[in-house]
Design a protein around this ligand. Sequence first.
Ligand code: SF4
Ligand code: SF4
Length: 260
Amino acid sequence: MHIQIELTTICNYGCFYCAGRDMEQRDIDMALFDQILHQRLPPGRHRVSLQGEGEPTMHPKFWEMVQAVAALGHTPYTITNGSRMKPDKVAQYFPRIGISIDTIDPDEAERIKRHNVAKVLRNLEALLEIYEPWRVVVHTVDYGQPLDALREYLARLKINKHVVQGLQVKDDYAKRYPGQLPVTFHKLKYNCAYIDQPVMRFFNIDGVEMPCCYIKDASKFTSIEDIRDSLQRKVVPSACVGCNELHENETSRSGVFQIM
Ligand code: SF4
Ligand code: SF4
């Protein structure tokens, strides 16, 4: 199963679309992290992604946590903004790693508060001196910016996994960019892949276990069973309002693109 544990809400960037910028800025407690990892995961080996609404490497014990995940036989993963990369440690512990890059244009990167993109690109290129390009997954939020230069750059580096996601339409995120989503009329559906099957488990910074990583206000979440019951009654649970999963006709330009 895919497990996600939120290590921190702190970030050295300030992306306008990031739900974490509205959250209390803090790190997960190490004892809570240990408890989740050792006592609360389902049986078996999992892909454990150390990732949430902050930059994971900002947690002072990030590498200790990565080592703990690997020591238990799980596969560590993370998505980092690449500004604080340690290539040797990445190569040692991460079979694959996600790096978020929205643009390679320095002015545009500064405008959206992804500071010093040149350093991120240098870090990525240093990593690729000791790490095969197929092991890197680049994640991009598509907010309407030109993407051709980024795609050409990744092709030059032989990185062929590029995950592009549109701006999140769920209310928890969309409140940060009012008026920037296309106006569309969605037909609601009342089933969610994350509820139908145990696709993933997300543990937020307080250790609240949820079925997906899209519920940012955990006070609205009661239980997976309550969400399932509510959907069966054709009522959208308050924790899920606006979620793309409940829309028949997705409008985002999301996708995974293989760069040849
Ligand atoms: S780099 Fe990631 S965590 Fe940091 S502000 Fe941007 S989206 Fe949020
Ligand atoms: S927030 Fe979305 S993905 Fe998560 S349980 Fe609700 S409908 Fe499903």
